[in-house]
Design a protein around this ligand. Structure first.
Ligand code: KDG
Ligand code: MG
Length: 402
């Protein structure tokens, strides 16, 4: 069996998505997500200029060998662009293999380890009352786990808070816009927010929170400690993870569970955090982590250290990634939770899916493969439109982490 064609489909049905499509001489094809938010075209070039030409003629059933060919063979390994490109190919190959086997992908991975997949969604508002309304709305939709983000009094714009009447989408401008950050105002405010949520909704709901890399380790330690009474499911990305020693300091001070890794792209980014038991949830998902082949290794390593998966699932990960992730979640023994930010109706007309949501939980569907397809004719009507993520400055103008 041979790969006869491999191409990239770029479309923007409300936001940019990069999809790899691989076709075989037996007519079976597979697709994979290779979207890297705000840097989509770099991945397209990596794929079109270097990887896809080398795929033609290869046996699509040799997923492992193809993965090693592109990983070891790149010489300059790892990195977000290369690993996203590799993920697009790897996911498409798993899709092909599962279709050839006539099985849903989760069966090929080893069968399901659970009946349904718990997902969390986002609730955000410009102030505490509107955030509480958003939590109530998410609960009405069935979610049992909710990520809470809120505007900070005295700070003009805050990460995770949607513009009036719109759903949250950070890559919203042709060139990066600037937002403002105040650690002091945030740290003073965050416990009040969670107090208000627990007061209104009680203990029978999982609460999550994303700090989006903005604190230093000792500040994160303070936040984790002050949020302990509200029993968070997790505190996410409290610090930038380049300095992994910092996680020791956080761990020494708080029992609030720690999630990290949506910007990681390799097992080497999280190995020491896991081995030292400094984290509880690993966020790296299929599109950013080199595909299913590499995520299996990350999840297996994690399982040795009581670390569970909590896959990133923002809207910049296409429905193709979501579909593949849900098959993975259904199988992986050390599953924790799956993030879900709903894609728009338009996005879901371009990408058709078999996964289903009911009462706070997903199932991946029984179609052979990962169950997500792309309507290429429709996709062609929505061409790429550059959109960048913002940058962040402290109140005195210092450039900070976004
Ligand atoms: O592209 C950036 C987004 O994916 C990110 O800001 C979303 O942090 C995020 C999350 O936890 O969903
Ligand atoms: Mg995050």
């Amino acid at each position: 069996m041979k790969i006869t064609a491999a191409k990239v489909i770029v479309c923007c049905p409300g936001r940019n998505f990069v999809t790899v499509k691989i076709t075989t001489d037996e007519g079976v094809y597979g697709i994979g997500d290779a979207t890297l938010n705000g840097r989509e075209k770099s991945v397209v070039s990596y794929l079109e200029d270097y990887m896809l030409p080398a795929l033609i003629g290869k046996d699509p059933q040799r997923i492992e060998d193809i993965w090693q060919f592109f990983y070891r063979g790149a010489y300059w390994r790892r990195g977000p662009v290369g690993m996203c490109a590799l993920a697009g190919i790897d996911t498409a190959l798993w899709d092909i293999k599962a279709k050839l086997a006539g099985m849903p992908l989760y069966q090929l991975l080893g069968g399901r380890s659970r009946d349904r997949i718990m997902a969390y969604t986002h609730a955000n508002g410009k102030d505490i009352p509107s955030t509480l309304d958003a939590v109530a709305q998410a609960q009405e939709q069935g979610y049992k786990a909710i990520r809470i983000q809120c505007g900070i009094p005295g700070v003009a714009s805050t990460y995770g808070v949607a513009k009036e009447g719109k759903s949250y989408e950070p890559a919203d401008a042709d060139l990066p816009t600037e937002s403002v950050w105040s650690t002091e105002k945030y740290l003073n405010f965050a416990p009040k927010l969670f107090q208000a949520v627990r007061d209104q909704f009680g203990d029978d709901i999982h609460l999550l929170h994303d700090v989006h890399h903005r604190l230093t380790p000792i500040e994160a330690a303070r936040l984790g400690k002050e949020l302990e009474p509200y029993h968070l499911f997790w505190m996410e990305d409290a610090v930038p993870a380049e300095n992994q020693e910092g996680f020791k300091l956080i761990r020494q001070h708080t029992t609030t569970p720690i999630a990290v890794g949506e910007v990681f792209n390799s097992i080497h980014d999280c190995r020491e955090l896991m081995q030292n038991q400094l984290i509880d949830y690993i966020r790296t998902t299929i599109v950013h982590g080199g595909g299913i082949t590499h995520l299996r290794r990350i999840a297996d390593l994690a399982s040795l250290f009581h670390v569970r998966t909590g896959f990133h699932g923002a809207t910049d990960l296409s429905p193709v990634c979501m579909g593949a992730a849900l098959h993975f979640d259904y199988w992986v023994p050390n599953f924790g939770i799956q993030e879900h930010m709903p894609h728009s109706e338009l996005m879901e007309s371009v990408f058709t899916r078999h996964y289903q949501f009911e009462d706070g939980y997903f199932t991946p569907g029984e179609a052979p493969g990962h169950g997500v397809d792309i309507n290429e004719e429709l996709a062609a009507k929505y061409p790429y439109k550059r959109a960048c993520l913002p940058v962040n400055r402290l109140e005195d103008g210092t450039l900070w982490h976004w």
